[in-house]
Design a protein around this ligand. Structure first.
Ligand SMILES: NC(=O)c1ccc[n+]([C@@H]2O[C@H](COP(=O)([O-])OP(=O)(O)OC[C@H]3O[C@@H](n4cnc5c(N)ncnc54)[C@H](OP(=O)(O)O)[C@@H]3O)[C@@H](O)[C@H]2O)c1
Length: 261
């Protein structure tokens, strides 16, 4: 059990990648707090984790709201007494549109969740991690933070920001024995990427199966990565197995940034 007796907050833990991370952490012995807006998804997951004999709590939270984040962290500390790990996983896909068509609202909302939410949750947990001289923060960035991506400017910019934030924070809090790393997932199996690809295919006037296959053909492993593969990397970064690693951005992407032609 690599995370025995640790307390972990996973934002957006009710579905998708966050759910896989929460389940993998629980399997490694951590008590889990999942935090996002949809309480019914969170409660389903909490019941699943508790059914296996582990501790888990659902706290409805909009991470772009400073007061809700403060309340979520305070409630975690009241219940568990400490926070060892924060996974900033919550994220929105944002608009799929060229910059010329992006509304200010699309732009602001995407940055508010993906970037400001990551900062707010990190800042709040650091207030108890720094006095304990111990902590571990993992920020989920994206393949989109490694390059420019047409029609994804708000998302792309928000995730580049997450990497800048990760490197800066790692440099600031290393002195307190707090590690900060990022996982950069590639195209990940699940409804979210399907919806993004469908919108892009439609905008380009290409049938979805053709567009999907053309994307897969550019990936070294010729498949999308799975949420469980991202969770396995999160367990590694959250555990003492990675004790010498901070300020790192780990690609988990089936080799989708490699030139294979
Ligand atoms: N899927 C991919 O291909 C892919 C690739 C690269 C990076 N990523 C990143 O990986 C992370 C997880 O992605 P996913 O595919 O699992 O996405 P997903 O299935 O769409 O889940 C997104 C999660 O974020 C939460 N969320 C959204 N707005 C929120 C808010 N204001 N406050 C709190 N939570 C909020 C959602 O919960 P509620 O609706 O309950 O609030 C949900 O749990 C994201 O940061 C995403 O950008 C995904």
């Amino acid at each position: 059990m690599r995370l025995k007796d640790r307390v972990a907050i996973v934002t957006g833990g009710g579905v998708g990648i966050g759910k896989s991370i929460a389940l993998a952490f629980a399997q490694e012995g951590a008590a889990i707090v999942v935090a996002s807006r949809n309480i019914s998804n969170l409660e389903k997951l909490v019941n699943q984790i508790k059914g296996k004999g582990n501790k888990a709590t659902a706290i409805p939270t909009d991470i772009s709201d400073e007061k809700q984040v403060q309340r979520m962290v305070a409630q975690t500390l009241d219940e568990y007494g400490q926070i060892d790990i924060l996974v900033n996983n919550s994220g929105v896909a944002g608009a799929t549109a060229n910059v010329v068509d992006v509304t200010l609202d699309d732009w602001d909302k995407t940055l508010a969740v993906n970037l400001t939410g990551t900062m707010l949750c990190s800042r709040e947990v650091l207030k108890s991690m720094i006095p304990r001289q111990s902590g571990n923060i993992i920020n989920i960035s994206s393949l989109a933070a490694k390059s420019g991506f047409i029609m994804r400017s708000p998302y792309c910019v928000s995730k580049w920001g997450v990497i800048g934030f990760t490197l800066t924070l790692a440099a600031e809090v290393g002195i307190y024995n707090i590690r900060v790393n990022s996982i950069s997932p590639g195209l990940t199996q699940g409804p979210r990427i399907e919806s993004v690809l469908r919108t892009k295919a439609e905008a380009k006037g290409i049938p979805y199966p053709e567009f999907y296959n053309s994307n897969v053909a550019k990936i070294a492993l010729r498949r999308f990565v799975t949420p469980d593969e991202i969770a396995a990397a999160a367990v590694f970064l959250a555990s003492d197995q990675s004790s010498g690693i901070t300020g790192e951005v780990l690609n988990v992407n089936s080799g989708c940034m490699l030139n294979i032609w």
